[in-house]
Design a protein around this ligand. Sequence first.
Ligand code: AMP
Length: 116
Amino acid sequence: MTDPNCIFCKIINKEIPARIEFEDENLLAFHDIAPQAPTHVLVIPKKHIVDLDKTGPEDKALLGEILHRASEIAKSLGLNKDGFRVVNNMGVLGGQTVFHLHFHILGGRQMKWPPG
Ligand code: AMP
């Protein structure tokens, strides 16, 4: 379930600190260490999954929980009024740098399209 070499697993296990926004049995949400917007929170499953491509049918409920929680966190931080963005970067071309599944919640500024 956890990978001892994974930085996000270390955050889950409280081996390294993070500004935690939400935690339950399955999920952890914490503020990004290098925020790309005034509000930048990461939502991750506690189960170590490398990326979106490595999810399977058994993860359908978990993926639903992540998006639902992202919406709830955005609401609790007041981002729902003006809008926000939820992003998953997958693999090298997707721009993924930490290989533990995570969804970014970005808010508090105007987002651009297409993304860089
Ligand atoms: P990605 O590039 O989509 O894989 O996103 C990884 C994100 O994790 C980046 O936005 C990093 O700034 C963030 N990050 C890396 N290490 C930490 C950490 N120790 N605490 C919080 N966020 C982190």
